[in-house]
Design a protein around this ligand. Structure first.
Ligand code: HEM
Length: 120
């Protein structure tokens, strides 16, 4: 499994996730999110860092991830997960992440996104 540093660490993932939420804000799934995405960005950055074996920033901030449970208040359909992924694909494409890591990163995000679907 790729590690945080292989993905480019803070220097790549910070700007990538900022760009991701800028795209989310302009997408049809924006309606699910708070209008100010700053805290969402901070939590996502902390999660990704911990998930990929970088600094464990999420647990001290928010506790156990329980990602599916945390997403249950939001009705997420397959189309919403696809939209989330398309924002993430675009952000990866525009990022400094090295080409070799991109496919694996996206695939892992795809798996998690599909696990968040809770509305059919
Ligand atoms: C499938 C489409 C998805 C939708 C529509 C979605 C939507 C949301 C929404 C509305 C929030 C609440 C915003 C906030 O608390 O500031 C949220 C929080 C969060 N999402 Fe997602 N999400 C999706 C997929 C994912 C995926 C794939 C991941 C991880 C790779 C993820 C990680 C997180 C994290 C870490 C938080 C913050 C949780 C917290 O600490 O409260 N989400 N998401």
């Amino acid at each position: 499994m790729a590690l945080w540093d292989d993905l480019g660490g803070d220097a790549v993932m910070g700007p990538l996730l900022r760009d991701f939420y800028a795209r989310v804000a302009e997408s049809p799934i924006a309606r699910l999110f708070p209008s100010d995405l700053e805290q969402t960005f901070v939590r996502q950055f902390a999660f990704q860092s911990e998930f990929w074996g970088g600094p464990a920033r999420y647990t001290p901030l928010r506790g156990h991830p329980r990602l599916r449970a945390r997403h249950l208040p939001f009705p997420i359909r397959v189309e919403d997960a696809e939209e989330w992924l398309s924002c993430m694909r675009a952000a990866v494409a525009a990022s400094g992440m090295i080409a070799d890591q991109r496919e694996q990163f996206i695939e892992r995000m795809r798996q998690i996104a599909m696990a968040m679907v809770n509305t059919y």
